[in-house]
Design a protein around this ligand. Sequence first.
Ligand SMILES: Nc1ncnc2c1ncn2[C@@H]1O[C@H](COP(=O)(O)OP(=O)(O)OP(=O)(O)O)[C@@H](O)[C@H]1O
Ligand SMILES: [Mg+2]
Length: 470
Amino acid sequence: MSVSIRTRLFASLLAVAIASAAGLSWYFLNQLESIGLRALEERLASEARLAAGLLGERGIGGAESLHGALVATDPELPSRLRVLDGAGVAVADSAGEAGLGIDYTERTEVADALAGRYGAFTRFGDDGRFGMFVAFPIRAEGQIIGVAYASAPTVSVTILLAEYRQRLAWALGAFLIATLVLAELLSRWLARPLRRLETGTAALAGGDFSVRVEPVGSRETRAMAEAFNVMADRVEQVVSELKNEERRKSRFVSDVSHELRTPLTAIRGAAETLLDGPVEPDDAERFLSTIVSESDRLARLANDLLALQRIEGATGELPLRRMDLAEISRRAVAALYPLLEERGASVEIAGAAPEVLGDPDRIQQVIANLVDNATRVAEGGMVRIELSAEEDRAVLSVIDEGPGIPEADVDRLFDRFYRTEASRARTSGGSGLGLAIVKAIVTAHAGEIEAGNRPEGGARFTMRLPALKD
Ligand SMILES: Nc1ncnc2c1ncn2[C@@H]1O[C@H](COP(=O)(O)OP(=O)(O)OP(=O)(O)O)[C@@H](O)[C@H]1O
Ligand SMILES: [Mg+2]
């Protein structure tokens, strides 16, 4: 059975309160009883002593008159005084004739007194009531001539205790009610932070990742709330990342299928026309070259996708080599020569940059992609590759004299399959994977890449890589 922490706290507080109240009551009742008995004994002792002193001087010879005097004392007096002779036999008794002549030597306190000591005892007396008995020797000229024997029922102490017990019961009742209220409030107050934590945890478990708990209460509950909040932050972050990833993946898949459809439709159209019947030789050649170029495009697309996947999926294990960006740039331009020739473009390499560590083939791919884009948008124009150093980085910029990048597209340029309006309109456009590959490669090299426009017109793509310290 699961009991709430509040109930447990309430029960514990109540148990502690009741146990301590009961213990204290028991202790004080006992104390009170012994205090009452001691006071009674002191009173009896002083009475017996007083009598013993008086009789020691006067002697107990005149027993008759002594008895008469004792009986005549105030009948309201709670104590009883007996005078015994040297043999322990009662010769005077404040309670009356009946007690006279009784031999008390059997009683320890009387035996003590006859032996010259003070004697005291509590027992049931002849009247059947529980009482306190005190005996004191009566001395005359060094001889023990008798005993002053005082007694009183302890009922006064019992009555006192009973009265006290009753008051205590009332007080305990009031105390219990106050304790109940206090325990209820305290347990609520102590359990509140845990309750909040419980509510928060349940909400998080139920899928509300925005829930946070205010750190209140004791050090432990505060720490728990803080830890909970940290955990909730992480969970929320991971969940949103997963959602983004999910979205990216599904967009990627639909983009890929869309990209595949265009060349496939063109190939299929051309092939069908050729199959349908005789075509002019010129047309046939045109259709066949469409098939070839669209197949090329499909192959390129497949290659690019594969490259992208490899770079992004790589676990940071690039074959690293020391390399000079100027040399890699020259290599990239040389490889692009036929293309540049075709586009009537020229590329100039200027400046110098510190050496960097990386995969030369991949960096060449980056430069080739940037130059390919630049010469495509600005046909017949001039493209510059500028090298420089910036703090602890090597910087490479590719600058063209084209139309530049529309402000609205700057942020999405590096997304897969993203193309600006202008290049989508152009039939010669690529698939929009070039810059995504560029970005993936640069990121894998712990570098950055950004796109922007030059004030004098044309675009500028700037790549920064960590420079090698020697
Ligand atoms: N130098 C540039 N000036 C203006 N726009 C550019 C420039 N470079 C790239 N872009 C724009 O960015 C888009 C994305 O470039 P990216 O290289 O990723 O794709 P792509 O060149 O169209 O195709 P791919 O490179 O896959 O053959 C281009 O379609 C183009 O609209
Ligand atoms: Mg490109």
